[in-house]
Design a binder for this molecule. Structure first.
Ligand SMILES: [Cu+2]
Length: 140
């Protein structure tokens, strides 16, 4: 097989992976943050968490529009999820693909961490990733 022919599947695979996993650029200075509760707060469950975003807009998942994304709330997640792939969806990785900017969650008594991360139309974090500070709250 000529070398050029042999390269076709490799190049196609590379192109495909770029298309599938290309990260959406985030504008410089974009910032996501938790409006409330505040870091160190003691609260009762259920807890309403309010999401803040500046320098970008909120758009529902699936929306192909520059400088937008939707919120994801990480609850008691250690470290950071894989930033190259769509964020997983489970009890600890909540998606707000409808464009919601707050949620009320039931949390058991004790300490919990909360962190926001913005995802693009296919739930992949932006480049650079837009991630909030992680806060710790105590639930009574
Ligand atoms: Cu999502």
């Amino acid at each position: 097989m000529p070398i050029k022919t042999a390269l076709v599947p490799i190049l196609s695979a590379l192109l495909l992976s770029t298309l599938v996993f290309a990260r959406t650029p985030a504008p410089a200075g974009a910032r996501v943050y938790i409006i409330s509760p505040a870091d160190g707060d003691t609260v009762s469950s259920p807890v309403t968490v309010r999401f803040g975003l500046s320098g970008m807009g909120v758009a529902p998942a699936g929306t192909d529009k520059e400088k937008t994304g939707h919120h994801h709330l990480l609850i008691d997640v250690e470290g950071l999820p894989d930033l190259e792939k769509p964020l997983i969806s489970d009890e600890r990785h909540r998606h707000f693909g409808g464009g919601q900017t707050e949620v009320t969650v039931e949390l058991p008594p004790g300490k919990h961490t909360l962190q926001l991360i913005l995802g693009d139309k296919v739930h992949i974090p932006h480049d650079p990733p837009v991630i909030s500070d992680k806060i710790t709250i105590s639930v009574k």
